[in-house]
Design a protein around this ligand. Structure first.
Ligand code: G3P
Length: 215
């Protein structure tokens, strides 16, 4: 399973990229706004750090303007994937853009049938949001699981990005079901390293060594 980092924070991207853990990056308007820097400059900088798919989202909500914005975003770098919301206008735009070989990540997917629509329109990726479903008492992870089953039935050339990940368990479940990608916020990536027995074990190794050989 590929790991994407779900952030527009340059320092965090560099930090995890240095460990070889970042196969791609996803952003959205909220994440870009949180950093408060120029949109295009931020995306450009991310492409210089990570050599993999970088999702940049359109902010228009009608198909013509989405197509226009998407074409501009795609010019930034070969690795740009344009993120388009799952609304009718977005599906229309995806149909146009996928024929121009611009890779589309359809976002805000909350039902399997929306994922099916996205794949049929030619999207290269779908982003089911698991955490936001958990927030409203639905079992979020059932969504990518059902999408996996549907895509495998028909061999769609559309990758599943498990998005809106809130904890390491979401990452494990994504990997177990065979999701193509998990897009992970830096905070969750940090949590994934931790196990108390690792810390206790290392402390014991060090203290035993130092008792005999000094430090
Ligand atoms: O990749 C989509 C993600 O950024 C949404 O996450 O935590 O805002 O639901 P969240």
């Amino acid at each position: 399973m590929k790991f994407f980092l779900d952030t527009a924070n340059i320092e965090q991207i560099k930090y995890f990229a240095d460990m070889g853990l970042v196969d791609g990056v996803t952003t959205n308007p909220s994440l870009i706004a949180k950093e408060g820097k120029d949109f295009e400059e931020t995306i450009k900088e991310i492409t210089s750090i990570v050599d993999g798919p970088i999702s940049a989202e359109v902010t228009a909500t009608d198909a013509d303007s989405m197509v226009k914005q998407a074409r501009e975003l795609a010019k930034i770098h070969n690795n740009i994937v344009v993120k388009i919301p799952m609304i009718k206008e977005g599906v229309k735009a995806t149909n146009v853009l996928s024929k121009e070989e611009i890779n589309i990540n359809m976002t805000l997917i909350f039902s399997p049938v929306q994922a099916l629509l996205a794949a049929k329109a030619g999207a290269k990726y779908v982003s089911p949001f698991v955490g936001r479903l958990d927030d409203i008492s639905h079992v979020g992870m059932e969504l990518p699981e059902t999408i996996r089953e549907i895509f495998d039935n028909y061999d769609y050339d559309c990758e599943i990005i498990v998005a809106s990940i809130r904890n390491p368990l979401h990452v494990i479940e994504a990997a177990r079901m065979g999701a193509d990608i998990a897009t992970i916020p830096p905070k969750v990536m940090e949590q994934m390293f931790k196990h108390p027995l690792t810390d206790i074990g290392l402390e014991k190794f060090m203290s035993d060594w130092n008792k005999t050989f000094g430090n």
